[in-house]
Design a protein around this ligand. Structure first.
Ligand code: CNA
Length: 249
């Protein structure tokens, strides 16, 4: 259990923790990740690269619509996991300053975390491919249409609409803000990401000289060799075993 003691020691010593999270922090809520054995890429009926390709979407939005019909209710109805709650507690303790997340499911916000930088966007709104100003809250759309994989048409210009998430071929959101947070951190807590999708995968490399990087992920990541501590375990188990000061409820 030495690594739990070390993790707790690092958390307690640090005053400017930034979390960098990925799909693995949400899997226990029922939302699959990309690259685990049970992830989206393992489903032979899904061409993971194509469904999130902006060019494919522009040519045939039904490819994404059919795929998202299954993922959408999992994300919409998912509850925050122990991992999300652990980060909210660290924020309440004044230790965690922000979360940079690749996730689009909105679960950090559902958990109550306040400074969440969603670099790949989120599913809370749909946006038109013709104009970023043509947008509508996802909750206001016909839910049956979404669950049936129907294409959402913009009421302002007739263009195709998609959730406000970053597809392959599109620029990430708020990258500069995310980079500034990472550079200012004294501890970067990387959780549930394979660190394969750039530019986010490169962020740990921008930590300051005295900053520590901790990785909690159940399989190897591209930054393990340079991290101060690697805990290759289930995030919920780590969050559960860790516990946090008893003054927290
Ligand atoms: P990924 O490449 O699928 O990596 C996830 C990592 O988490 C893998 O290394 C897994 O081994 C690990 N993992 C899975 N479950 C657990 C667990 N319970 N405990 C510990 N480790 C676990 O996903 P990344 O986030 O690295 O890739 C970035 C993509 C995934 C972004 O573009 C996201 O938008 C996209 N994505 C997001 C969601 C979501 O919002 N929940 C779901 C699926 C994909």
């Amino acid at each position: 259990m030495a690594h739990y003691d070390r993790l707790m020691e690092l958390l307690m010593k640090s005053e400017n923790i930034v979390a960098l999270t990925g799909a693995g922090i949400s899997t226990s809520s029922g939302v699959p990740d990309f690259r685990s054995p049970k992830g989206i890429y393992a489903d032979p009926s899904v061409d993971g690269e194509r469904v999130f390709d902006i060019k494919v979407f522009e040519e045939d939005p039904t490819v994404f619509g059919r795929f998202f019909a299954k993922l959408y209710p999992q994300m919409r109805d998912g509850a925050p996991t122990k991992g999300h709650i652990m980060l909210k507690k660290l924020e309440d303790m004044g230790k965690l300053k922000s979360i940079v997340t690749q996730n689009i499911d909105g679960l950090h916000t559902k958990a109550g975390s306040s400074n969440v930088i969603e670099v790949h966007g989120n599913i809370r709104e749909y946006v038109c491919i013709n104009s970023v100003h043509h947008r509508i809250p996802t909750a206001e759309l016909n839910q049956d249409s979404l669950l049936n994989g129907e294409t959402i048409i913009c009421s302002e210009c007739g263009g195709f609409m998609k959730p406000d998430v970053v597809f392959f071929g599109e620029p990430v959101h708020n990258y500069e803000k995310a980079l500034t947070q990472v550079q200012s951190a004294d501890l970067l807590l990387v959780m549930g990401t394979s660190l394969t999708v750039y530019p986010v995968a490169g962020l740990p490399g921008y930590c300051g000289d005295n900053a520590k990087v901790v990785i909690i992920n159940d399989s190897p990541t591209s930054y393990d060799h340079d991290a101060e501590l690697v805990i290759r375990e289930d995030i919920d188990e780590v969050a559960g075993k860790l516990g946090l000061p008893a003054t927290y409820s």
